[in-house]
Design a protein around this ligand. Structure first.
Ligand code: GCU
Length: 432
């Protein structure tokens, strides 16, 4: 029967997930003049119609409303801590002369004793040697596992499910020896450590494999009384919520580790994991800096701008990332009570950084910038300047005070250039 369908329909019928999103990249709108006019939801208008005019009213009244709107309409609610019970940390290895003696490397297994169906997560922590005090720390998930972040050959190879990827030598959905170090260019450990920062990371698939049915083998099923038979309801959490949960559990551990200054944690993520870091930062104020690298649609980019990826595409390709409600805004973004400037505002008054790449038009760099720009009214309440410029800056010209922004040369990726900006920003704001 499929043979008789028009070619374009066949394409959308047959492709799912990553392939569907990739096919859409060719036909998406990249023309500014074709973006329909839109109005952003008001940040400072409370549900009862009153105007928010003080930092206190933002914190006590409007912020909880905005957070609840993101839970209900975008990412879903993270279950109450009582649902998951005690969190267990086991330090499984300490290597004091990692990276040629420059760092101490630890592995920490984090698990939930009351929910053994979840296999737990393996955290890799590098702290710089030779510091006089505890180190501020970047906390972020990886796409490929600890062995992909580090080039050290004694890092255990992840045995978990991985997305198919020939280039990264993933065979039968598992990492192989040849997969080692394949993400190391995105994690310039020596550069970060040499500036006095620590790095804590985990493989996002430890919390939930990244495909539509992945939750059945992950944390979400383990915590749900119906397990793999769960029917997800509007407002219940999606995969991004679960991955963000993992970041907060790393923060729980770091608070117990005297090598880390847990009062100075910066949460960071790239792409779908940038969406994740923004959501983790919105929910958990222990992250003193929130960094989004090329997070795009469903992350920093304004959903009301029809440029690059859209709500319709993302919720079709990756329905499991969001709460169910979000898909109802496909082609009807104006009905959504939030847009992503409000997600950035949830970081306030903490510093946030949004990074774009000029060849990453799929992620709508301008829409990412505008989220930062339009979060300003909330930073104003705290007397803080955000991006501090009225227009998106030129390529490779970082701007911003409490909201950093740059659009760099090159493609969708995390580069040394990105890290140089994050390190400067973190050094400035963490006061080192
Ligand atoms: C796809 C998806 C994006 C996502 C990206 C990634 O391109 O459409 O929304 O950010 O994958 O995570 O690499």
């Amino acid at each position: 029967m499929l043979r008789h369908l028009p070619a374009t329909l066949m394409l959308t019928t047959l492709l799912i997930g990553e392939d569907f999103a990739e096919a859409q990249q060719k036909t998406a709108n990249y023309d500014e003049s074709k973006i329909a006019p839109y109005t952003l939801p008001e940040l400072l208008k409370s549900a009862d119609g009153s105007t928010i005019s003080t930092a206190e009213a933002w914190i006590n009244k409007r912020r909880p409303e905005v957070l609840a709107l993101f839970q209900q309409h975008v990412y879903g609610r993270t279950p109450d801590p009582a649902t998951w019970g005690p969190v267990q940390f086991k330090v499984t290895q300490v290597k004091k002369d990692a990276l040629g003696g420059k760092a101490t490397r630890k592995f920490i297994h984090i698990s939930l004793p009351e929910h053994p169906a979840w296999q737990g997560m393996e955290v890799m922590l590098y702290t710089p040697n030779g510091r006089s005090g505890p180190a501020p720390c970047f906390v972020g998930p990886s796409f490929g596992g600890n062995h992909a972040v580090s080039t050290e050959s004694d890092v255990p190879l992840s045995t978990r499910w991985m997305r198919p990827n020939k280039e990264k030598h993933i065979v039968d959905n598992r990492a192989t020896e040849a997969s080692r170090g394949n993400e190391s260019s995105r994690w310039p450990l020596e550069m970060i450590l040499s500036q006095g920062f620590a790095v804590a990371t985990y493989y996002y698939g430890d919390v939930e494999p990244d495909h539509a049915e992945g939750w059945k083998d992950g944390l979400r099923a383990a915590l749900s009384p119906q397990g793999a038979a769960t029917q997800w309801q509007n407002g219940q959490w999606g995969a991004i919520g679960a991955w963000a949960w993992g970041l907060s559990r790393i923060a729980d551990y770091l608070e117990t580790d005297s090598d880390v200054d847990a009062k100075h944690l910066a949460v960071i993520g790239h792409s779908r994991l940038g969406k994740t870091s923004l959501w983790a930062g919105a929910q958990d104020s222990r992250f003193g800096i929130v960094i989004s690298n090329n997070s795009g649609e469903g992350g920093a980019a304004l959903m009301r701008r029809n440029f690059g990826e859209t709500t319709a595409i993302i919720t079709k390709a990756f329905p499991h990332w969001f709460t169910r409600t979000y898909a109802s805004y496909a082609g009807n973004e104006a009905a959504c009570p939030v847009d992503k400037h409000m997600l950035i505002a949830l970081a306030a008054p903490r510093p946030a950084y949004i990074a774009s790449a000029v060849e990453d038009q799929w992620a709508d760099p301008k829409g990412e910038f505008l989220s930062g720009l339009h979060a300003q009214p909330v930073y104003d309440l705290f007397g803080k300047k955000g991006v501090a410029v009225p227009e998106q800056p030129g390529i490779d010209q970082p701007v911003g005070d409490f909201i950093g922004y740059h659009i760099r040369t090159g493609k969708h990726d995390v580069t040394d250039y990105d890290w140089q900006q994050y390190l400067k920003f973190a050094t400035r704001h963490f006061g080192r």
